[in-house]
Design a binder for this molecule. Structure first.
Ligand code: ADP
Ligand code: MG
Length: 238
């Protein structure tokens, strides 16, 4: 079953089209990776799904519901940003629970949820700290926990590991993959890194210059690239 569908989605900035009529089906429960060179329109596409950018044309559906006119808070998605976007003066606990405040949860319910999620992402010992007292990996986990606590059906992640060093990045790749299995929700993950795409995704969407070049499972993409761009970008044997 499809979780997110894009139909002829376009985006213009200042009269210039940067997303050029995307047609895409993202299966429920998939780990879909949008990959492509810098500037090809990955973030813009993700932001349109999140509702942080309005599509210029076309239609976006989430769980079969047209969402073009829905604000981000009504879309049942949660986004994890590259720069974490944490509140520096708030504790880890408050950063995680922030999104729950206006959802009508009691203080106790918030606490149960936050502690449960903190356990899953390994933050339980750090709930009283400020972001400045955490390592990069721990900050990334806070950003993740803040998305998880909303229990969205769709997670949107824009290069969430790009600020981490290579070792931690590898570790977090493994953790995110197993988190995806555990949650069973749909992940849409943006990266410019082919290796990251191929190791994490079960459906890879290769983009270039605002268009989709191919959608396939990693092995199919590698063994049967549709065109030269995909072959060269993925590094398939010629
Ligand atoms: P990617 O995430 O693949 O690197 P983006 O989606 O960020 O690419 O950007 C796609 C194109 O749209 C780029 O040419 C970028 O300069 C342009 N762009 C993105 N956001 C804006 C904006 N807010 N205003 C004007 N141009 C933008
Ligand atoms: Mg980007």
């Amino acid at each position: 079953m499809a979780k997110v569908v894009l139909k002829q989605v376009t985006k213009e900035f200042n009269g210039q089209q940067v997303v050029k009529g995307l047609d895409l089906v993202i299966p429920d429960g998939s780990f879909t990776v949008l990959v492509g060179p810098s500037g090809c329109g990955k973030s813009t596409t993700l932001r349109m799904i999140a509702g942080l950018e309005q599509a210029t044309g076309g239609e976006i559906l989430i769980g079969e519901q047209p969402v073009n006119d829905l604000p981000p808070g009504k879309r049942d998605v949660a986004m994890v940003f590259q720069n974490y976007a944490l509140y520096p003066t708030m504790s880890v606990y408050d950063n995680i629970s922030y999104g729950l405040r206006n959802r009508g949860y009691s203080k106790k319910e918030c606490q149960v949820l936050v502690e449960e999620i903190a356990e899953v992402v390994g933050l339980a010992p750090y709930l009283k700290r400020k972001p400045s007292q955490l390592s990069g990996g721990q900050r990334q986990r806070v950003a993740l926990a803040r998305a998880m606590v909303k229990k969205p059906q769709v997670f949107l992640m824009d290069e969430p590991l790009s600020n981490l060093d290579a070792k931690l990045r590898n570790q977090m790749r493994v953790e995110l993959t197993s988190l995806h299995k555990q949650l069973g929700s749909t992940f849409i993950y943006v990266t410019h890194d082919q290796v990251e795409a191929m190791t994490m995704g079960d459906q890879i969407v290769v983009m270039n210059e605002g268009q989709i070049m191919q959608v396939a499972a990693p092995m199919d993409l590698y063994q049967e690239p549709d065109n030269l761009f995909v072959a060269q970008f993925i590094g398939s044997p010629a």
